[in-house]
Design a protein around this ligand. Structure first.
Ligand SMILES: Cc1cc2nc3c(=O)[nH]c(=O)nc-3n(C[C@H](O)[C@H](O)[C@H](O)COP(=O)(O)OP(=O)(O)OC[C@H]3O[C@@H](n4cnc5c(N)ncnc54)[C@H](O)[C@@H]3O)c2cc1C
Length: 268
């Protein structure tokens, strides 16, 4: 089952409760109109997990939101492809009089916020698990370093060796945090603090990793796989382009820090 996530809109990103795509009840169906942005993978998905406004007058605003699981081949859905920096296809999706049966509603009408926040906690654990890709990249980096330590990290105790060590520690710490978040989710707490912690750390580590690779291997590491003799075969260049996704997707790190602060009972 390939599905995509329809949350963000042209005027709605961090402030998801302000979303405007509308669904109006018509007998046993709902009629959806609006536009979503950054729907990653919409072009190859069978379903969209779609957040819409079913009650425009609800206060607070998030109580007027409902989630539907909509087949992507429903008449009225138009997909425009864009390519993100990472190479992923992230789409703009238009909904023009898209009719879906009430049976495709997920949860209560107006109860979408709970559905979304639970799903986002899961998505954040997935984002935090960039640690798994970084673990692989660390192995690739170590292979290049071991082939010529003198030219890459230099003598024992050098700043570059220490940076490499800090990366290795960061990767393991992030993997442990992801495992903690999964355990919290399985225990039914919703991982409301652990999931954003894992995601914030994963995104920052991915960026730090990209910068450290350039420091250790030099600017050649920023060449793509298409160039000859690139250290790591282009994997580090891809990592640099991918990293930015992980400090934005599933909520930016600023937003997630706010969630962590709230979860820990810190002042707003
Ligand atoms: C590669 C990629 C793939 C994506 N895939 C999807 C997808 O599949 N489905 C989907 O629905 N969306 C997707 N998104 C969208 C993503 O969720 C949003 O980009 C993200 O939530 C930020 O929203 P925005 O871009 O509107 O930025 P804005 O919300 O406009 O934020 C701009 C800046 O202001 C900061 N900011 C905003 N509000 C606050 C606040 N209250 N406190 C502190 N700082 C704040 C943000 O941190 C950010 O730095 C994707 C984005 C990218 C880049």
């Amino acid at each position: 089952m390939a599905f995509c996530l329809g949350y963000s809109e042209p005027e709605t990103g961090s402030d998801l409760a302000s979303l405007r795509t509308r669904a109006v009840r018509d007998g046993d169906s709902w009629v959806i109109n609006g536009q979503k942005l950054w729907t990653t993978g919409a072009h190859r998905s069978n379903w969209v997990w779609l957040a819409v406004r079913t009650d425009p007058d609800a206060t607070p605003r998030h109580t007027g939101i409902t989630v539907f699981l909509v087949p992507m081949d429903t008449p009225g859905i138009t997909v425009q492809r864009h390519t993100a920096l990472s190479g992923e296809v992230s789409c703009t999706v238009f909904y023009d009089d898209v009719r879906v049966p009430d049976s495709l509603r997920v949860g209560e009408a107006g109860g979408g916020w709970k559905v979304i926040t639970d799903a986002l906690a899961g998505e954040r654990i997935v984002m935090g698990n960039i640690a798994a890709a970084l673990h692989r990249q660390l192995d690739d980096l170590l292979a290049v370093v071991r082939a010529d330590p003198g030219a890459t990290v230099g003598p024992r105790g050098s700043a570059r060796r220490q940076r490499l060590g800090a990366l290795a520690v960061g990767v393991q710490a992030n993997r442990a945090l992801v495992a903690t978040a999964i355990r919290a989710a399985a225990a039914g707490t919703g991982a409301r603090v652990e999931a954003p912690m894992a995601a914030v750390m994963g995104g920052e580590l991915a960026e730090e990793f990209g910068e450290a690779v350039l420091d250790i291997l030099g600017p050649d590491a920023a060449l793509s796989a298409a160039a000859d003799g690139v250290p790591g075969g282009g994997v580090f260049e891809y990592g640099l382009r991918l990293a930015v996704t992980y400090v934005i997707g599933g909520g930016t790190n600023d937003i997630q820090r706010g969630l962590i602060a709230r979860g820990l009972g810190l002042p707003r």
